[in-house]
Write a protein that binds this ligand. Sequence first.
Ligand SMILES: Cc1ncc(COP(=O)(O)O)c(C=O)c1O
Length: 374
Amino acid sequence: MTPTQIRCIPFFDYPHLFLSEERELSAIFRDVGLRGAFILQEDLIRFERNLAAYLGMKYALGVGNATDGLLLALLAAGIGPGDEAIFCSHTMVATAAAIHFAGAIPVPVECAKDHLIDPDAVERAITPRTRAILPTQLNGRTADMQALERIAKYHDLIIIEDAAQALGSRFQGRAAGTFGAAGVFSFFPAKTLGCLGDGGAVVTNNDEIYESLVQLRDHGRGSEGEIVSWGFNSRLDTLQAAILDFRLGSYDTTVERRRVLADTYHNRLRAIGQIKRPPGPEDDADHFDVFQNYEIEAERRDELRAFLKGHDVGSTLPWGGKAVHQWPRLGFSTHLPFTERVFERALLLPLNLSLTEDDVHHICNIIQDFYRLP
Ligand SMILES: Cc1ncc(COP(=O)(O)O)c(C=O)c1O
C-alpha cells in the first residue's frame, strides 16, 4: 500500500487548532492567567478595537457566540413581536432561532444558484409586517448586497447580516458584516478566525445600537455599573479575545491559504461533470470569498460520501442535511423547491488549514475514481 492510499483526512482536525500554535497559545494562557484577566479586560478591548479597524467599522463588540450576537443585534435594532424577518433557509438554525427569541417571526426564503439568499425571493416574501432581512454570508461568500440594499431601502427594512462564516469576505470591495445596521461574526473553533471555545462579535456604525449592545451583553449595565435595562450575560471571554487578537494578526495569510486550497479544488473538479462547484476564487470581480467551507453539489451524493469515508476522507452535509424550513418541529409550512433540491445534492469537502494542497489532490483523485466506477 502506498502512503497516498493510507492517508486519513478528517473533515476537521480540531487538535490541529491547538497543536499548530501550541507555544504561542500556551504563552497567551499564561499571560492572561497570571494577570487574572478573565472578564471584560484590556485584551478584549484591544481585540474589539483591532477587529473594528480590520473591517473599517466604528464599533466591534465581543459576545459569547454569534447566535447571541444575532439576538442582541435584533433586540438592539428594535425588532420584536409582530415583526417578520426574512432569512435564507440555507443557514444555520441559529439565524432563525435569534429571530424567534427576539419575539419576531422568521420567514425562510430560497437560496440562489451560489447557495446564498436570493434577492428575488426576498422581494416576494415581503409583507406589511416585514421589518428586517438577515442575509447569511454563507461559506465565506457575501450575498448580492447591492440588490438587498436596494430592496431594504425601497421597503424601509433593516439589514442585519449573519456574517458568522464570512470575516474578510467582500462584495464590490465592501466587507461582509459592514452593510447593514449590524453584522455578526462567529469565532467557533472551526471558523476562519476561530478561538478555542465559543465566541462571537457584533459590529456596527450606529451609536444607539452600540450603546444598547453594550448593555444587553452585560446584564443591562451602564458605564458606571448601574442597571439601566434588562440584559443577558453574553461577553466574549478575555482569554478567547487574546487568542483571537493574536490570530487576527495573520488573518490575511489565513484567508490567502484557504483561497489557494479552494482554487486547487476548483481546478481539479472542473472536469467532473457530475459535480457542481461553488464559484472559484477568481470567477467574479464583485466577490472576494474567504472559503469558510467548500460546498459542492454532487450526483449520487450519499454514495460519493460513503466512498470518501471508505478512503478515510471526512465530509459532511450542510446543517445536518436539511435547510431550516425542513425541520418539522420548528413549525414552518413553507415549501422551497430550489433549496430542497440543493440539499439533496450538497456536500461539504474538507477545507481548513490542516490541509495541504496534496491532500486536496488526494481527495479529488478519490472523487474522480468514484465517478469512473460503472
Ligand atoms: C451561518 C451561521 N450563523 C450562525 C452561527 C452560529 O454561530 P455560533 O456558534 O458562534 O453561535 C453559525 C455557526 O456555525 C453559522 O455558521
